[in-house]
Design a protein around this ligand. Structure first.
Ligand SMILES: Cc1ncc(C[n+]2csc(CCOP(=O)(O)OP(=O)(O)O)c2C)c(N)n1
Length: 368
């Protein structure tokens, strides 16, 4: 089913919005989406983010890329996925991971240095985090080609048709790989949705130094649809993504969604954003907070305080589980980097593994 209200905004680059910053739902969408579920998703995933920053400050994590302010874009998109669809994230999609059912403690392993992955991508159809900017767009295109070859697109059977949702930042649009991915997606009419969170900064580089046109407009040059949504509006993000995924599964080809949002925290816990941007801008964007606006809407609709209290109680339990879980993440097997690269281990690599294990054992002896 297509949702014409989203399509309308494509040609003129208008921002598609449903829920205004003061919490008024001024456009009903046909895309549905459970506002209670999405409120809870945003609150709980924000709490994971807050706890992760605190853990990094305590030396428990090496690094953390915060998503504060981007929950509306991520939850709207994450909740548009069906189980058989697959998502390819960057390293900041903590709320999408939450929507896919990835345990938040598993997210922390990569940033604690106990794993190079953290979860099995097949369990939740949620690929591993990708730190190489833009690389995941090609992985996603390859997967979408596989879906076509499996005949899982355009059959009309909702239990069979699948699509790919790939996340990228505005900075990734300056990578050759992303542009190659767009070429392939268009030329082969692939079942793929590119979801760009335009949080306006690629570390210290603003979007304005990367492009003379909007993100959404760039899709037109490759021959497919681009739409612009208010990324701090979870309802708009959800409707636009449902629409684009429906099209993709039905054989309608790719869409690029530009979710306009803002990275309210520094790029990572290692970055000093005070050196390149004005704090007043962050304050302006704080007033557009995606959680606050949905809460206002729910309160104005008569939702009982019990609901919010219930989510707040869940938050405390989750925070405790994340703190304890992080500290008790198991150390990796020292052999693991050697074991999962080649199907059969060559003799030379086996020798290196022996030497490595001897080195680790010697270190453990010294330490004990
Ligand atoms: C190929 C590559 N080049 C450079 C980097 C260094 N780098 C890490 S994050 C980043 C900025 C990415 O910005 P954007 O795509 O907008 O995503 P955001 O971090 O804002 O979510 C850069 C340049 C990298 N990781 N990979």
């Amino acid at each position: 089913m297509l949702h014409p209200e989203v399509t309308e905004v494509a040609p003129n680059d208008e921002l598609f919005t449903c829920l205004s910053p003061d919490g008024v739902l001024h456009r009903e969408t046909t895309a549905g989406g459970d506002l209670f579920v999405m409120y809870r998703d945003m609150v709980l995933s924000r709490r994971v983010d807050t706890e992760a920053i605190a853990l990094q400050r305590q030396g428990e994590l090496g690094l953390w890329p915060s998503m504060l302010g981007q929950e509306g874009a991520q939850v709207g998109a994450g909740r548009a996925l069906r189980p058989r669809d697959i998502a390819f994230p960057t390293y900041r999609e903590h709320a999408v991971a939450w929507c896919r059912g990835v345990d938040p403690v598993q997210l922390l392993g990569l940033f604690r240095g106990t794993t190079l992955g953290g979860w099995d991508p097949r369990e939740n159809n949620f690929s591993l985090y990708t730190l190489v900017i833009g690389a995941q767009t090609l992985h996603a295109v390859g997967y979408a080609m596989g879906i076509v070859r499996d005949g899982d697109v355009g059959t009309g059977d909702p239990d069979r048709d699948r699509a790919v949702l790939v996340f990228l930042g505005d900075g990734a649009l300056s990578e050759g790989e992303t542009n190659e991915a767009f070429v392939w997606a268009a030329a082969q009419n692939l079942p793929i949705v590119f979801f760009c969170q335009n949080n306006q900064w690629a570390i210290s580089a603003p979007y304005s130094v990367q492009s003379r046109v909007s993100v959404a407009q760039r899709a037109q040059g490759f021959g497919f649809r681009g739409v612009r949504v208010d990324g701090n509006d979870v309802v708009a993000s959800h409707a636009a993504t449902v629409d684009a995924l429906d099209r993709a599964r039905a054989g309608g080809g790719p869409t690029l969604i530009e979710a306009m949002t803002y990275r309210r925290n520094p790029h990572t816990t290692s970055d000093d954003d005070g050196r390149y941007r004005d704090a007043a801008l962050t304050d302006q964007w704080s007033a557009l907070d995606p959680i606050a606006r949905l809460r206002t809407h729910l309160e104005n609709s008569g939702v009982a305080e019990d609901f919010f209290a219930g989510v707040a109680a869940e938050e405390e339990l989750l925070a405790e589980r994340v703190r304890v879980g992080c500290r008790t993440l198991p150390d990796p097997d020292p052999a693991s980097p050697f074991l999962h690269t080649l199907a059969e281990m060559p003799a030379e690599l086996a020798q290196q593994l022996d030497a490595h294990l001897a080195f680790v054992a010697a270190g453990e002896e010294v330490a004990s």
